[in-house]
Write a protein that binds this ligand. Structure first.
Ligand code: ATP
Ligand code: MG
Length: 132
C-alpha cells in the first residue's frame, strides 16, 4: 500500500497506520520516500492511455509518500474493503478514503489489486533486507 502525497501533506500517516494495524494487517516493511516521474509512470503503467494519467503522475510525484508492505489472510481484498471506493464520494462510511481522501484523483491511499501485483509492488519499493 501507499499513503499518497495528499494524505502525507495533511498529516494523516499516524492515524492511517493505526487503523491499518488495528484492522489486523502486519507491517512487513515501511518507507517514506518520493516517487520520481519514471517511478510513477512505471507504477501506474496500466493507466498510461487514460486521460487522467498525466494528472495522476504529477500528483503522485509532488511530495513524499509512505509505502508499506502488509501481510494478512485475504490481504488484498480486505485492504480494498478497508480503504473504500476509488472515488471518496462513493466510499462507505468509516473507510479510509471516506475519512481522508478529498477527490477521485487525490484519494489518500493505494492498495494492490491482486496478490501478483502486491508481490511486484513490494519488490518495487523494498529490498529483501528491508522486509521482515
Ligand atoms: P489505486 O490503484 O491508487 O489503489 P484504485 O485501484 O482504486 O486506486 P485505479 O482504477 O487503479 O483505482 O486508478 C488509479 C488511480 O488513478 C486512482 O486511485 C486515482 O488516484 C486515479 N484515478 C482513477 N480514475 C480517475 C479519474 N477518473 N480521474 C482522476 N483520477 C483518477
Ligand atoms: Mg488500482
Amino acid at each position: 500500500m501507499m499513503i499518497k502525497p495528499d494524505a502525507v501533506e495533511n498529516g494523516h500517516i499516524g492515524n492511517i497506520l493505526e487503523k491499518v494495524t488495528t484492522a489486523g494487517f502486519k507491517i512487513k516493511a515501511l518507507k517514506m520516500t518520493q516517487l520520481t516521474q519514471r517511478d510513477a509512470e512505471l507504477f501506474y503503467a496500466v493507466h498510461k492511455e487514460r486521460p487522467f494519467f498525466g494528472e495522476l503522475v504529477a500528483f503522485m510525484t509532488r511530495g513524499p509518500i509512505l509505502a508499506a508492505y502488509l501481510e494478512k489472510e485475504n490481504a488484498v481484498s480486505d485492504f480494498r474493503t478497508l480503504i473504500g471506493a476509488t472515488n471518496p464520494a462513493e466510499a462507505a462510511e468509516g473507510t479510509l478514503r471516506k475519512l481522508y481522501a478529498t477527490s477521485m484523483g487525490e484519494n489518500a491511499l493505494h492498495g494492490s489489486d491482486s496478490d501478483e501485483n502486491a508481490a511486484i509492488e513490494a519488490a518495487f519499493h523494498f529490498a529483501e533486507r528491508e522486509c521482515f
